[in-house]
Design a protein around this ligand. Structure first.
Ligand code: UDX
Length: 448
């Protein structure tokens, strides 16, 4: 099948490469020439495990192309809308400018009988407006392109796996023909047994936003539980293990820490509240406003804990920040809790040196933070070490080795990834959000 993919960010590029892997002829169209050139050469413009290989295979097979030329969409019979829908500047709602540009690019170039499939996360009701726009722009009336919505649930750092083997495929369609066409597009994962849920356009649009609202809410709930654990001297990890064994709750998205960030959860939460308010549903803001506030509170708690560990005087103090990306496995720093905490401490006058295994190239414009290329140099002379992203290499650090380069063995674990016993045995004071402070082992103190 000939398919175009409009927008080649994390979502679009991975989706285009997955479609080519399933044997379709795919063209990815984007307005950014640099990104398109990179992708066309088979080079991944972002860090995503397995993506470079999938992209390279697609480009070498001749089935996967990238261009800035909008005319390239004319050959395709199915078009995926994969452009970004960021938060509107200064407001909570979604900015749909890129989506409308993509729709306007497509409208005059659609072959009769085309299917236009939205994958971007949009406010409920958008698909109907896209259909209306396409119908109004068809010369002489009639319908050239039918709209379907097929939300994407991929997680960064697992984008390839989630694209090739999704948990479920949601087909928001208005006709059997649209469903049949989508079943052809996805015949490989469907043959592998992936569940398909057929629904209407608006339910499909809501499915993605709702999943992210549920996930964000779980994280804020667990962060409140963690704060109570800390106050009551209870064991938050034991508590989440107990909760996770309840099949009604399950073990995932129960990791406390500095909270959620990234290009999706925070903005999807706010866009959902904004759209719900437009629809006259005020309870969304009551509940989800609190979820968002609790998430911001986690960042603030981390900054306060760090300040306290610096005896209330952060100005001029040397701080090592381990982690910049919003989560492990990704180089994405959009709305990163790690960068928010590091940046807030820099604003309070601390001299913050940051190391991240993948995200450092995105910190070029961040003049308040000093970039370091390994853990040891970030920690050199540090009076406080912060662990802000849950990279496995931070969990595996040797506390004795790090202890030899820092000025003070004090660490704030913002992701609960360090083994407190190993670190206190090596003479560290370990503060962890939700777990409180653990003093260095007295034997280690003597030895140190
Ligand atoms: C999310 C959704 O998971 C995905 O289905 C959707 O398509 C896009 O948005 P992603 O943005 O890649 O994916 O991040 P996710 O893995 O969900 O993590 C979001 C944030 O929550 C990260 O900052 C992560 O560190 C944090 N998190 C996650 C926690 O703080 N605790 C947890 O238990 C889980």
């Amino acid at each position: 099948m000939r398919i175009s993919v409009l927008g080649t960010g994390y979502l679009g590029a991975t989706h285009a490469a997955a479609l080519a892997c399933w044997g379709h002829d795919v063209v990815g169209v984007d307005v950014e020439p640099h990104r398109v050139e990179q992708l066309a050469r088979g080079e991944a413009p972002f860090h995503e495990p397995g993506f470079a290989e999938l992209l390279g295979d697609g480009v070498r097979s001749g089935r996967l192309h990238f261009t800035t030329d909008p005319a390239a969409v004319e050959q395709a019979e199915v078009h995926f809308l994969c452009v970004g829908t960021p938060q509107r500047r200064g407001e909570d709602g979604a900015d749909l400018a890129a989506l409308w540009t993509a729709v306007e690019t497509l409208a005059p170039r659609l072959q009769p009988g085309s299917l236009v499939v939205g994958k971007s996360t949009v406010p409920v009701g958008t698909a109907a407006l896209v259909q209306q726009h396409l119908d109004e722009s068809t010369p002489g009336g009639g319908r050239r392109g039918e709209v379907a919505w097929n939300p994407e649930f991929l997680r960064e750092a697992h984008a390839v796996e989630d694209s090739l083997r999704p948990d479920r495929l949601v087909f928001g369609v208005a006709s059997d023909a649209a469903e049949a066409r989508l079943r052809d597009v996805y015949c490989h994962p469907i043959a592998d047994g992936v569940a398909v849920v057929r629904t209407d356009l608006q339910t499909a649009e809501l499915a993605k936003a709702s999943a992210n609202v549920m996930l964000a809410s779980r994280i804020s709930v667990v962060n409140v539980l963690a704060e109570v654990c800390e106050a009551a001297e209870a064991d938050v990890e034991g508590l989440t293990r107990i909760l996770g064994l309840d099949p009604r709750i399950g073990p995932l998205y129960l990791s406390p820490g500095i909270g959620f960030g990234g290009g999706c959860l925070p903005k999807d939460l706010r866009a959902f509240v904004s759209r719900a308010a437009e629809l006259g549903v005020d309870s969304a803001s009551l509940l989800l406003g609190a979820v968002d506030d609790v998430n911001g509170h986690q960042r603030q708690r981390a900054v306060e804990a760090a300040t306290a560990l610096l005896d209330g005087r952060p100005r001029g103090r040397r701080v090592a920040a381990l982690g910049a990306s919003f989560k492990a496995g990704s180089d994405d720093v959009r709305d990163s809790p790690a960068l928010a905490v590091a940046g807030a401490l820099a604003e309070l006058g601390a001299h913050v040196r940051v190391y991240d295994p993948q995200a450092l190239r995105h910190l070029a414009g961040q003049s308040d933070l000093e970039v370091c290329h390994d853990v040891q140099s970030a920690c050199e002379g540090a009076e406080l070490t912060l662990v802000l992203t849950e990279w496995p290499e931070f969990a595996a650090l040797d506390p004795a080795a790090v202890g030899r380069v820092v000025a003070r063995r004090v660490v704030l674990d913002g992701r609960l990834v360090l083994d407190p016993e190993a670190w206190t045995r090596a003479g560290w004071t370990v503060m962890a959000l939700g777990r409180g402070e653990a003093e260095p082992d007295p034997a280690a103190r003597k030895a140190g």
